[in-house]
Design a protein. Structure first.
Lengths: 440, 318
């Protein structure tokens, strides 16, 4: 039986190398950048600036506001002077975003607008602290944490899942964070437990990170949540760390198309987000930085704590510059990240990684219907079919085939022997469907 | 540094990594594994086999170039062409008049493959389509078998084991041995052992999925048992092993999702045995697979992967 399951697993697995090259590099603080560029948009919602050109701002001072009061406040991530506003194309949302540029004064003076509180505070106070700290998810999607927790408050949460899977190749930021800041993560888990009152709390890590189990268990015991937290090392086949896939692996429940994790009683949070919660509640620190992995074709690979909005070039120069044959710098992981069109591009809260790669392009040839994309798809779609519909402009047929289940994990393109950019075709179809709905 | 990077930077969408498999590599390995039964055939039948193989390869390339010229496409070599050539040549009888082999090659490439749109678009397997065309048009030379005799031997006409014309006892060890090593008269790739070695290499290197060939062989054996025939004989004789590893696994002309492929294989197995036991033709592999090729779009329409959590919504034909 075991033999048979090993066969089927092999037939399904992707042969994707892990490339975890930076597991041994401690997190280092990137020196304060000379300027930061902050796109005035959070999870697709636009912000209006409240600071004007020439204003002096402090780190953690509110500089922009959103019409929606539930959205997190928008903070300056360094202290200094507002140098002006620029427009730039956000590579993740493909829209032109107004961005604020802050020139550093080098002092990093903090605004004292939030005070540390303790776990004795009420759930409402804890929630307000999370909102005030301006936290949005640090796992890559960037969903505002306050909104996620607020909706979790009203529902019974069966499983609180802390996602430390980090299933994308190359990325090690969460690994280092769990290793170095285990105590902080445990404190953050306590806060989330108090807010969501889950029946079970699971910390899911990749089986490649089995060395983490012991230190995490010790930290859990020391922080006093050892009993309520179970640590699970799960088999990592990309995208096993994706929210819906992780929920299915851990609880066996399926989050269907158009459904939310809360519909099956699950709430999933990235480890970096948990650490930010801990800092916000117990240190009164708002979210101004994040940990990224700088890897690939750079001279010295590293895990860096960078201020949000730092230009890509600062991080790369700190790492000794790019190799000569670099052709692309990817913001985010190699499977779902987007290429930066310039090294002046800011590192946003959603970037988990900076990955320098060569400029090779894949030769595209005819689809031979081999079915590798179907075997690779984590949600059971037939990418080859969606690709044919999308290329022919038959977007209604794509809808009938449940295209909305696709979350751009990239497995189909990765597995395609003919080098067809399947995800790109699917994305085109999803965009057309969305536009049709918006205009209808 | 920034401006230097800008000059050569490239914008791509994710994923920025890709797997090691390329279509070319898949075809190259398939071609290499086909050389094993080809070598076996040449060893058994000498120049009688060699010339058929050479003519098929040359004619297939000529047909490919002709079609590309006619369709105004770039003359980029396509690894599918030599594969079709070898598959066709190996399924022809040794000593076949060479002009018939050349005609079959042109039919396979020009009509069965390119007329339907070329690589990836053809409904029927080009080599099998060509073989069916030759069987229908030149029944006598296509079923004229010769005794294996290596190089320089005289071609002695004989009957195929499936027509009941061998000296060996049915079910005897001698017959199995003859079928395994291609000592029994048959098509050029008649040594089941050589075909199995090639097929196993394809399975181990994960070029093909093991489920479809296994389903085909098992269904042939089970039906033979049900009819009171010798299952081992029916698996080893004729083109069953050849079909199992090299035609049932052709991705282009079989269903795209693996349960569909298993259904395809079982259907082909049933048809093969029905033709063998109840039909007029001694070997049913060619027609069985071609009929299933025709059913592939239908299987694809009903056998789809189950989208996660979408069961209760939308299903069936659109």
């Amino acid at each position: 039986m075991k033999f048979i399951s090993s066969l089927t697993r092999k037939a399904k697995s992707l042969d994707m190398p892990a490339y975890k090259l930076t597991t041994g590099d401690p997190i280092k603080d990137l020196p304060l950048p000379e300027k930061v560029v902050l796109p005035l948009m959070v999870y697709g919602a636009e912000y209006k600036p409240v600071a004007k050109k020439g204003d002096k701002v402090l780190t953690g001072e509110e500089i922009a506001r959103c019409e929606n009061p539930a959205m997190p406040p928008f903070y300056a991530t360094i202290s200094g002077e507002v140098a002006g506003f620029i427009k730039y194309v956000d590579p993740i949302f493909d829209v032109i975003v107004n961005s604020i540029v802050i020139k550093s004064d080098g002092n990093d003076q903090w605004a004292e607008n939030i005070r540390p509180i303790t776990l004795d505070a009420s759930v409402e106070e804890l929630l307000e602290q999370v909102r005030l700290a301006g936290i949005s998810g640090l796992g890559g999607a960037g969903f505002p944490l306050y909104i996620k927790l607020k909706s979790a408050c009203g529902c019974p949460v069966e499983n609180l899942i802390i996602n430390g899977m980090e299933c994308e190749p190359y990325v090690t930021a969460d690994y280092r964070l769990m290793l170095e800041e285990a105590a902080g993560i445990m404190n953050g888990i306590k806060v989330l437990q108090k807010i969501t009152r889950p029946q079970n709390t699971v910390l899911a890590i990749s089986d490649e990170y089995s060395g983490l189990i012991e230190p995490l268990k010790i930290a859990a015991r020391e922080s006093g949540i050892g009993e309520s937290l179970s640590i699970k090392a799960l088999t990592t086949i990309h995208p096993s760390g994706a929210e819906k896939i992780l929920i299915k692996t851990i609880t066996g429940k399926v989050v269907g198309p158009g459904k939310l994790p809360l519909d099956v009683g699950a709430s999933v949070h990235n480890t970096g987000t948990i650490k930010a919660v801990s800092d916000a509640v117990f240190k009164g620190r708002s979210l101004v930085d994040r940990v990224i992995t700088v890897t690939g074709k750079v001279k010295k690979r590293a895990n860096l704590r960078v201020r949000i909005g730092t230009p890509v070039i600062d991080a790369i120069e700190y790492c000794g510059g790019l190799d000569d044959d670099t052709g692309r710098v990817v913001l985010g992981g190699p499977m779902t990240g987007k290429t930066a069109y310039s090294l002046d591009h800011p590192i946003t809260a959603r970037a988990i990684c900076l990955l320098a790669l060569n400029g090779h392009k894949r030769q595209e040839s005819a689809c031979i219907r081999c079915g590798r994309c179907i075997a690779a798809c984590p949600v059971g779609l037939a990418p080859a079919e969606l690709f044919r519909y999308s290329r022919a402009g038959k977007f209604e047929d794509c809808e009938k085939e449940n295209i909305e289940l696709c979350f751009d994990c990239g497995n189909c393109s990765f597995a395609c022997p003919s080098g067809i950019p399947l995800v790109q075709y699917i994305r085109v179809a999803k965009r057309e469907i969305m536009l049709k709905k918006v205009t209808a | 540094m920034n401006s230097a990077f800008k000059d050569k930077s490239r914008l791509t969408t994710g994923p920025h990594l890709w797997g090691g498999f390329s279509t070319n590599r898949i075809m190259l390995i398939t071609l290499a594994t086909l050389l094993i039964p080809a070598a076996g055939g040449v060893y058994q039948y000498g120049e009688q086999a060699l010339w058929v193989i050479v003519v098929c390869i040359v004619a297939c390339y000529a047909a490919d170039i002709l079609c590309r010229k006619l369709r105004g496409q770039p003359l980029r070599p396509d690894m599918g062409t030599p594969i079709t050539a070898l598959l066709l040549a190996l399924s022809l009888p040794p000593g076949l008049p060479l002009w018939i082999a050349a005609l079959g090659s042109f039919f396979g490439i020009c009509i069965v493959k390119e007329a339907f749109g070329g690589l990836g678009q053809n409904i029927f397997n080009p080599a099998l389509g060509a073989r069916a065309f030759l069987l229908a048009s030149f029944a006598a030379p296509m079923t004229r078998w010769i005794e294996p005799g290596g190089f320089g031997a005289d071609a002695i006409t004989t009957a195929s084991p499936l027509a009941g014309g061998t000296a060996a006892e049915p079910g005897g060890l001698e017959l199995y041995q003859a079928l395994l090593f291609g000592d029994a008269p048959g098509v050029i790739a008649s040594g089941a052992l050589f075909l199995m070695v090639g097929g196993l290499i394809l399975v181990i290197l994960r070029i093909v999925d093991f489920r479809a060939p296994v389903a085909y062989i098992v269904s042939v054996a089970l039906i033979a048992l049900a009819f009171g025939e010798d299952p081992a004989f029916h698996v080893l004789a004729g083109g069953v092993i050849f079909g199992a590893f090299f035609f049932i696994t052709d991705p282009v002309t079989t269903p795209v999702h693996w349960p569909g492929r298993v259904i395809f294989a079982v259907g082909a197995g049933v048809l093969t045995m029905l033709i063998r036991l109840l039909g007029a033709a001694p070997d049913g592999v060619t027609y069985a697979i071609l009929i299933m090729n025709a059913l592939t779009p239908l299987i694809d329409r009903y056998i789809k992967p189950g989208p996660m959590g979408a069961k209760e919504v939308k299903s069936g034909p659109a």
